[in-house]
Design a protein around this ligand. Structure first.
Ligand SMILES: [Fe+2]
Length: 198
């Protein structure tokens, strides 16, 4: 067995159910509630009221057993609940890979968006089931639920990439995604992107 292969994990089949949104066998799961998203929504008071009140689940992440270790290629399914905080659509925390490496997201269910920021430029991709969003190395990334049902996507990423959430708190994401209201210019867009502003 090659000695560079650590931790050892054997070839395996992973059952991917795009309807039930499961990976089997299962790895770690993660639940992010409103209280876990401090400093991310522009309306801090509205965030605090929600976090200290109902404290709803904003998103969940289920994964396969492939570990987050260098040279491994883990997978996970994230489901973001529909909702907004003072109009700002519910979203993942967003992160940068400290060890700059790429990642792909495959939209599975619902309607969402992929917001990316490299420190200067912002990119937005509409994510509908079947869309692969490609995140190049060096772009911080955040997913947003732009619809009125849960939005789910599969992520496949280098296990050694890491997750730097502080980068987003320090640099922002370039834009914020708000629920589009009637009268917003584009006819079929459900998102209103505004400058990050704080
Ligand atoms: Fe990532």
């Amino acid at each position: 067995m090659p000695h560079f292969h650590a931790p050892p994990i054997s070839p395996m089949a992973i059952a991917f159910d795009a309807e039930k949104l499961t990976l089997s066998p299962e790895g770690p799961t993660l639940t992010r509630r409103m209280s876990d998203l401090e400093g991310l929504f522009l309306d801090h008071d509205a965030w605090a009221a929600s976090a200290q009140g109902e404290n709803p689940v904003v998103y969940t992440v289920v994964s396969s057993p492939v570990p987050e270790a260098d040279r491994e290629l883990p997978q996970s399914i994230t489901t973001i609940m529909p909702g907004d905080t003072s109009g700002e659509l519910w979203m993942t925390k967003g992160h940068q890979h400290p060890n700059h490496q790429g990642e792909i997201y495959l939209a599975l269910k619902g309607r969402g968006g992929l917001l990316m920021f490299d420190g200067e430029r912002t990119e937005w991709l509409d994510m509908l089931p079947g869309t692969i969003g490609y995140i190049p190395p060096g772009w911080a990334h955040r997913s947003v639920n732009t619809g009125d049902e849960p939005y789910s996507f599969l992520a496949v990423y280098p296990g050694g990439a890491g997750h730097d959430y502080g980068w987003v708190l320090e640099h922002g994401m370039g834009s914020r995604a708000y629920r589009a209201t009637a009268g917003t210019d584009s006819t079929d867009s459900t998102v209103d992107l505004r400058p990050y502003a704080g």
